[in-house]
Write a protein that binds this ligand. Structure first.
Ligand code: IPD
Length: 253
């Protein structure tokens, strides 16, 4: 079964990434653009995953952050290191994210945060787990006690990000940014936060987290609508009670 084979693969990829992380001098940090970080580990982990996925599932396709790729009816969407800025600075909030879409439906999600010793796994219709234990979103209903993560990148004009931050703050939310969209969705899934919002994010950052948070009971917009798989989209992932109001705040339908 795809999910179990890939869990083993992710464990191996996690050890590879952790080895780089433990040798910060080996990271070969470069910039793809302003605040768009790259390390040699990103390429090494993606190459490893691509090679192994090709052997395990020769007819599936792969889309990866570093190497691109094509969508198909059976496509793996991978981010070898999500939270690369954290990774490059010795901050443990980073992960490996692997999502699988079957006929465009997000079906399997695996997010491994090896430096935190955390593994999130979900399969459509079968619930979500953290380190083997079932997880669920928080019961938060009131924005005045909501803990919200608002992701940011230079792909969106800063004024738009600030406007959402301002509206969220005015509505009573506490807002933070932690630098990994994939883990941001997982933190909604296990109730550490109540929502994750970002005005534009790429499919490799969220393909796995959408399955994990969805199976944990989160309400999520139709991220893969239009050309979301190749060009990304906005995302609002929240407890069901908070989602409608947060979509208004983010200006996302
Ligand atoms: C980024 C992170 C960040 C999010 C950005 C992503 P990367 O991915 O997930 O939290 O806000 O939109 O680009 O560069 O660390 O793989």
């Amino acid at each position: 079964m795809r999910r179990y084979a890939v869990q083993g693969l992710v464990a191996e990829a996690g050890r590879l990434a952790l080895d780089y992380f433990g040798r910060q001098e080996s990271l070969g940090v470069t910039m793809k653009g302003a605040q768009d970080w790259l390390t040699v580990a990103d390429g090494a982990v993606e190459d490893f995953l691509r090679q192994r996925l090709a052997v395990l599932f020769p007819t599936d396709t792969v889309i990866g952050e570093e190497g691109g790729g094509a969508a198909s009816d059976a496509v793996w969407i991978i981010d070898p290191i999500d939270g690369t800025m954290n990774f490059a600075h010795g901050d443990r909030n980073w992960c490996i994210s692997i999502g699988f879409l079957l006929n465009r439906v997000p079906t399997i999600g695996i997010v491994a945060a090896p430096a935190l010793d955390e593994l999130y796994v979900a399969q459509r219709g079968q619930g979500a787990t953290l380190n083997g234990r079932p997880i669920a979103v928080s019961a938060t209903e009131d924005l005045k006690r909501a803990y919200v993560e608002l992701g940011w990148s230079t792909r969106i004009p800063f004024e738009r990000y600030l406007a959402v931050l301002q509206r969220g703050n005015a509505a009573g939310c506490a807002v933070k940014r932690s630098g990994s969209g994939a883990l941001g969705l997982c933190h909604v899934a296990n109730g550490r936060t109540d929502a994750y919002l970002e005005l534009h994010i790429n499919a490799w950052d969220v393909a796995a987290g959408i399955v994990i948070a969805g199976e944990a009971g989160a309400s999520i917009n139709d991220f893969f609508a239009g050309d979301g798989i190749s060009n990304g989209n906005p995302i609002v992932c929240a407890t069901p009670a908070l989602a409608p109001r947060l979509r208004e705040i983010a200006g996302i339908s």
